[in-house]
Design a protein around this ligand. Structure first.
Ligand code: ADP
Ligand code: MG
Length: 258
């Protein structure tokens, strides 16, 4: 263990949700892609979202930090309204919501260290010295301190994704959102990223994860949410969702992916 990742590795049950999505709706033009999504993630919980392509998983995650503007509903982070924020308040709010995408989006012409320092200096206004200290701590956390001076192109996809995770963590987010973090990786590199995610969970980070890694969900998820056609069809503990799916849509989805 190096530096603390989460300020609240507290009891998961009965706590106020860290992230609360209430009746979230989203339309693109006349096409409704999310219909009244309710989903909450308590402090330290890992909630896993599964569902067919096009079911609205990415749109839901993107609404959480307003990369997409919700059409209706509210989103609260640790009791604060994300959906009511504008301007600088929104910028500040976004920093508390770490996001990791399928593509790693590292700056190709900056070193690993500089990638992890950049937003800390620009957005959090940390001194370079503090940002560097924090960056190295977070790179140690994902097992890549020895790559600090490398360029992203010198790393494997799995390593690049772990840098992207370190970069998000360095901003001290209250919640981490992952959108198919391992989908772009060669199979042999997937494990290293999942291992980091599992470690974060053990340290009490609150996480909402969209992924097709069902084995990982079985092992690491506190709850699994199945989305289809822009609605939450079913949710529950992994053993129920995978072992005893209720809805025909979930049964059919699982039979296709397994
Ligand atoms: P998933 O992540 O579950 O595959 P998405 O959230 O990416 O699903 O997409 C849900 C639906 O919304 C899809 O039908 C997709 O085509 C549509 N969609 C997503 N983004 C946009 C956009 N910017 N403009 C129009 N339609 C979009
Ligand atoms: Mg998606």
């Amino acid at each position: 263990m190096t530096a603390a990742i989460s300020p609240t590795p507290s009891a998961k049950v009965h706590a106020r949700p860290m992230l609360e999505i209430n009746k979230l709706g989203k339309s693109f033009g006349t096409t409704e892609v999310l219909t009244s999504i309710d989903l909450s993630v308590r402090p330290g919980e890992l909630v896993f979202v599964i569902g067919p392509s096009g079911s609205g998983k990415s749109t839901m995650l993107r609404c959480c930090n307003r990369l997409e503007e919700p059409s209706s509903g509210t989103i609260l982070l640790d009791g604060e309204h994300v959906t009511a924020c504008q301007g600088r308040a929104l910028d500040k709010m976004r920093l508390k919501i770490g996001m990791v995408f399928q593509g790693f989006h590292l700056y190709p012409h900056k070193s690993v260290l500089a990638n992890v320092m950049l937003a800390q200096v620009k957005a959090l206004k940390r001194s370079k010295a503090d940002a560097k200290t924090r960056a190295i701590e977070m790179l140690e956390h994902v097992g890549l301190a020895h790559k600090a001076e490398s360029m992203p192109s010198e790393l494997s996809g799995g390593q690049q994704q772990r840098v992207a995770i370190a970069r998000a963590l360095a901003l001290d987010p209250k919640v981490m959102l992952f959108d198919e973090p391992t989908s772009a990786l060669d199979p042999e590199l997937v494990g290293s990223v999942l291992k980091v995610m599992k470690q974060l969970r053990e340290e009490g980070m609150t996480m909402l994860v969209v992924s097709h890694e069902m084995e990982f969900a079985r092992e690491a998820a506190d709850r699994v949410v199945f989305m289809d056609g822009g609605v939450v069809v079913e949710s529950g503990p992994p053993e129920e969702i995978f072992g005893n799916p209720q809805s025909p849509r979930l049964q059919s989805f699982l039979s296709r992916v397994n």
